[in-house]
Each structure stands twice: as C-alpha cells, then as structure tokens.
Ligand binder design. Structure first.
Ligand SMILES: CC(C)(COP(=O)(O)OP(=O)(O)OC[C@H]1O[C@@H](n2cnc3c(N)ncnc32)[C@H](O)[C@@H]1OP(=O)(O)O)[C@@H](O)C(=O)NCCC(=O)NCCS
Length: 135
C-alpha cells in the first residue's frame, strides 16, 4: 500500500534512497531531505511495507499568486502505477488558491500533464551543472 504524506517531519535520509536517476551528480539523501524541508509544499508517496519514499513532488511559492513545481520523481520500480498522477493531483489541489502554477518538462511528458489539467507553454531556464549536487 502506498500512502501520500503532505509533510517531511517523520522522514529520515534512509527513507530517500534511489532518487535523481540519471543525474551525473545527484544530491545525497541528506541533501534531498533538506530540499524537501525547505520547499513550500511537498507530497511524498511512502510504501507502507518498507517505509521507503517511492515518489515525491515539490513546490515553491510566493503564497500570493504563483508557484513553481521544480521536482517530480517516482522510483523506476514504482512507475506506471498511477503514483506520479496522484502526486501531481494532490499538489495541484494544494495550490488551487493561486493564480499561476508553472513547471518545465520535456515535450514527451506534456500529454501526461495535459491529462492533469495543465496546458503547454514555452519556457526558459539556466542550469549551473557545477551546483547539481546541491552542496
Ligand atoms: C514522470 C513520472 C513522475 C511519472 O510517474 P508515474 O508514477 O510513472 O506516472 P503514472 O503511473 O501516474 O502515469 C504514467 C504515465 O506517465 C506518462 N509518462 C511517464 N514517463 C513518460 C515518458 N518518458 N514519456 C512519455 N510519457 C511518460 C505516460 O503518460 C504514462 O501513462 P501510461 O502508464 O498509460 O503509459 C515518472 O516517469 C518519473 O519519475 N520519471 C523520471 C523523472 C521525471 O521525468 N520527472 C518529471 C520531471 S518534469
């Protein structure tokens, strides 16, 4: 059974293994926990059997008009079971009082977000790869 959590309080770094798949310089579980704690909103998917976090989504917000969703990931072994959809749905519900909610994604994922009520837009970004580990 997967349960969704809206807070990081009971979570330890040991429960945050295996994320940032494909990142050349991934954050450590300790850094992952720190970024979760410092986000304005977070939803975690936790496996009841092992207490491992198997998916997460974060948002940062001004609390007035806007929010940005920087990170969404489901562990590979748990993908394709609706967990990503539940995480996005729950986060969008939590941000529903705001005017604008933005995220950047690859074009191949636009249909996924479209089924969740989002629409395509153009975007721009900066990536400072020397800082990818978040230390
Ligand atoms: C994107 C992601 C969070 C989806 O999580 P998930 O739990 O597998 O999602 P769900 O089971 O709710 O929905 C699966 C749907 O996601 C979409 N999807 C996932 N990855 C996709 C990809 N690479 N290309 C196209 N569609 C994709 C499909 O529409 C899929 O539908 P299907 O199961 O009918 O094929 C997950 O694939 C992931 O963690 N990917 C790596 C990190 C990432 O890309 N994060 C998004 C950053 S914007």
């Amino acid at each position: 059974m997967i349960r969704l959590l809206d807070a990081t309080e009971p979570i330890t770094p040991e429960q945050l293994k295996g994320f940032f798949v494909g990142w050349p310089a991934p954050p450590t579980p300790e850094t992952h926990l720190r970024l979760l704690q410092q986000s304005d909103a977070v939803v975690l998917a936790v496996d009841d059997a092992t207490q491992q976090v198997v998916g997460f989504i974060t948002a940062i917000s001004d609390g007035v008009l806007s929010a940005y969703i920087p990170l969404l990931e489901v562990l590979p072994a748990w993908q394709g079971q609706g967990i990503g959809r539940q995480l996005v749905e729950r986060m969008l519900a939590r941000l529903a009082s705001l005017y604008m909610v933005d995220l950047l994604c690859d074009a191949e994922l636009q249909p996924f977000y479209a089924t969740l009520g989002m629409r395509p837009a153009a975007g721009m970004m900066v990536r400072n790869y020397a800082k990818q580990r978040g230390e």
